[in-house]
Ligand binder design. Structure first.
Ligand code: GDP
Ligand code: IMO
Ligand code: MG
Length: 422
């Protein structure tokens, strides 16, 4: 059974944990989009790992992990990440990590261009992770980006980098940002590329063989549906298709290879960066931050928090074709008296059931809530779905009903073992 694991909110839903859990019965884990803007936390055997570009399957040792063509890969960042994870005792070998030769590259100046774009937007800034994601995808679509395969031709690559650095410097100088010496960029990037070279290959036939041989593939999504470049809260989104279709275009595996889509959401909602967030609730944020929860895995920024929003979730299930929901962080609501679920947006007196495309609507969208009683009980020790308090089950049932998707997994703690199968 080949499964896509995808985020249904604004990222940080707990995809890393669910992928890690499902990896046990998979042979291969594939990342198909995003870059090191992602931060996936896995807690296994009491140890915490945060992964940015490496698929979470790397922690299992005996799985093959693929970084697909749809990813934008920062070679310097990836080498740092490999070093960090190896320091934690995880081996990264040419067999355990394979990188698509078609993956586009994030170069140091892309990060500064990201900062420049943010500066130019003033109070309309997106609040990006500053990992150069937008500018790298822009170069890809603009057909002037570099791909991993290009590094094999040093003369060509040096010429391309020099030209792009010169162009980037003009923009950066305007914003008083750091400019770059093409030679230094080339040296830095080639040092990283030499470390990555054994991993770089044409992964498409390999993945196809894995599929045809009946092995199990797991696709690890990054970000979430509301950050999708097409379906998200544009322009406050990331620059890739984070929804399930992105797994296919980002890996070279066709839609016919996919059997299931697990949509991951929190039992409440969080968001980092700017943009609309109708169910945002400062009281809930204070409560969760007070518990030491909801600080970003990539940037450490406190995440904004709010009530469960099934307008967004239902839409996310629809565009992803979700076959099962994984609801994480149920334990986060353990001691809340009364819980709210948003079932519609009141915009100028009309209740909307789908997220609007018109950005001016977002400011006027007032959530329509249902309330449900909390469960006031510790769920972190529950080892089966049946052991959950009745009110927690009722809350989850209502969530599934409103999203028209069955609940498949429930998270009651950050640890690998705190995952309940429904
Ligand atoms: P991802 O980007 O979707 O992989 O999610 P992140 O790792 O950025 O953020 C999810 C956070 O929630 C991490 O700190 C996880 O360790 C944590 N987490 C995941 N599932 C659960 C859960 O069921 N309960 C609790 N308490 N924490 C969880
Ligand atoms: P994971 O995979 C949460 C957000 C940024 C910003 C917007 C654009 O851990 O769920 P970008 O750097 O991509 O250009 O930023 O997207 N963002 C994320 N938010 N989790 C992520 O990844 C994110 N990746 C990007 O905060 O609002
Ligand atoms: Mg994250």
């Amino acid at each position: 059974m080949n499964t896509i694991v995808t985020g249904l909110q604004w990222g940080d839903e707990g995809k890393g944990k669910i992928v890690d859990y499902l990896t046990e019965s998979a042979d291969v884990v594939v990342r198909g989009q995003g870059g090191n803007n992602a931060g996936h936390t896995v807690i296994a055997r009491g140890k915490k790992y945060v992964l940015h570009l490496l698929p979470s399957g790397i922690l299992w040792g005996d799985k093959t992990n693929f970084i697909g063509n749809g990813v934008v890969l920062d070679p310097i960042g990836l080498v740092e990440e490999i070093t960090r994870i190896e320091d934690q005792g995880v081996k990264v070998t040419a067999e355990s990590l394979k990188i698509s030769d078609r993956a586009h590259v994030v170069l140091p100046f892309h990060k500064e261009l990201d900062a420049a774009r943010e500066a130019s937007l003033g109070d309309q800034k997106i609040g990006t992770t500053r990992r150069g994601i937008g500018p790298a995808y822009a170069d890809k679509v603009n057909r002037c980006g570099l791909r991993m395969a290009d590094f094999l031709d040093r003369e060509f690559t040096e010429m391309k980098i020099t030209r792009r650095v010169q162009e980037a410097n003009e923009t950066l100088a305007k914003w008083d940002l750091q400019t770059f010496d093409p030679k230094e960029v080339i040296d830095q990037v080639y040092t990283a590329f030499e470390r990555l070279r054994p991993h770089v290959t044409n992964i498409i036939p390999e993945l196809s063989k894995v599929w045809k041989s009946g092995k199990t593939l797991l696709f690890e999504g990054a970000q979430g549906a509301l950050l999708d470049i097409d379906f998200g809260t544009f322009p406050f989104v990331t620059s890739s298709n984070t929804t399930s279709g992105g797994a296919c275009t980002g890996s070279g595996l066709p839609p016919t290879a996919i059997d299931a889509v697990v949509g991951v959401c929190k039992a409440y909602t969080t968001r980092v960066g700017a943009g609309p967030f109708p169910t945002e609730d400062d009281g809930l944020a204070d409560y969760l931050h007070g518990l030491g929860r909801e600080f970003g895995a990539t940037t450490g920024r406190p995440r904004s928090c709010g009530w469960l929003d099934t307008v967004l979730l239902h839409f996310a299930c629809m565009v992803n074709g979700v076959t099962g929901l994984a609801v994480t962080n149920v334990d986060g609501l353990d001691s809340y008296e009364e819980l709210k679920i948003c079932t519609g947006y009141d915009i100028d007196g009309i209740v909307h059931k789908y997220p609007p495309a018109d950005r001016s609507f977002w400011d006027r969208a007032k959530p329509v809530y249902e309330t449900m009683p909390g469960w006031n009980q510790d769920t972190t020790k529950c080892t089966s779905y049946d052991q959950l308090p009745e009110n927690a089950k009722a809350y989850l049932n209502r969530l599934g009903e409103l999203c028209e998707a069955p609940i498949a997994f429930v998270g009651v703690g950050p640890d690998r073992d705190q995952t309940l199968v429904v």
